[in-house]
Design a protein around this ligand. Structure first.
Ligand SMILES: Nc1ncnc2c1ncn2[C@@H]1O[C@H](COP(=O)(O)OP(=O)(O)OP(=O)(O)O)[C@@H](O)[C@H]1O
Ligand SMILES: [Mg+2]
Length: 238
């Protein structure tokens, strides 16, 4: 795995935390890691974006933010309103390929959910993942409503020729409710992809070492960790 795209069922679901968790494990394993944020919105030029958060959590790694717009909107909309150019699909692919040449792993975080548009042609992270043959991780919320959004996301990936690597629950509470516990079984069934991570809520507030340890426990083998979905589901069986 040299490229990995990280999308989600929506905004604020834990894409950046998941990106940082995968990066932390790869860095610990001595791999050269880079993270790309395709388009950062809702952030002014001098402010920290998602990549600063990835470095804070995971440690020093290569970073590249390809576009930035001040208003907290979908990238194509934010670009239009700011009178700035949108991010072109070929420019995004070229930037990722350039990083791929001198890194062992390049993580690509989208903006919002899968079908957020990056410019007026309407391309999405699914299209870029297909162009680059990059497997896609879908980050979901834990609770009620996530099954539908995750299944729609998986369907859209397939329709656009992108491959689902697996599903990660971005933030798992200490006391999960009934829907959350049932989702451990239903998410893989409804998306057709394995559950390859469940990240504990509050892991983002710890130092780097504790964050990496939580990443190792919360991410499965396809992402470099030790998480076992079957054991986890048995533990929380209702
Ligand atoms: N496992 C976790 N532990 C602690 N905090 C978390 C966890 N997952 C998510 N959060 C918190 O929830 C918020 C949203 O997470 P995050 O920034 O990763 O979402 P996102 O999907 O990348 O959002 P965006 O669409 O804005 O890029 C952040 O404040 C983050 O610190
Ligand atoms: Mg993010």
């Amino acid at each position: 795995m040299a490229l990995l795209a990280v999308t989600g069922t929506g905004t604020e679901v834990g894409k950046t935390v998941t990106t940082a968790a995968v990066a932390a494990l790869a860095l610990t394993a001595g791999r050269r890691v880079a993270a790309v944020k395709l388009a950062q919105t809702g952030v002014l030029p001098h402010q920290d974006g998602d990549l600063a958060e990835v470095v804070r959590l995971a440690g020093p790694l290569g970073t590249r933010e390809l576009a930035r717009y001040p208003e907290p909107l979908a990238p194509a909309t934010a670009a239009r309103r700011a009178g700035l150019p949108g991010l072109r699909r070929d420019a995004a692919a070229a930037a990722v390929r350039e990083l791929d040449a001198d890194h062992d792993l390049v993580l690509i975080e989208g903006a919002g959910g899968l079908l957020a548009r990056f410019d007026d042609t309407g391309w999405t992270l699914a299209d870029l993942a297909a162009d680059l043959a990059a497997p896609v991780v879908v980050v979901t919320t834990a609770g009620l409503g996530t099954l539908n959004a995750a299944a729609l996301t998986a369907e859209s990936l397939a329709r656009r020729g992108a491959r689902l690597h697996g599903v990660v629950i971005g933030s798992w509470p200490a006391r999960p409710d009934l829907a959350m516990r049932c989702n451990l079984t239903d998410l893989p069934e409804m998306t057709g992809g394995p559950l390859i991570g469940v990240l504990p809520r509050a892991m983002a507030e710890r130092g780097r070492e504790a964050f990496a340890a939580a990443a190792r426990a919360g991410l499965g083998a396809p992402l470099g960790g030790r998480f076992e979905a079957t054991d986890f589901a048995v533990h929380w069986r209702t």
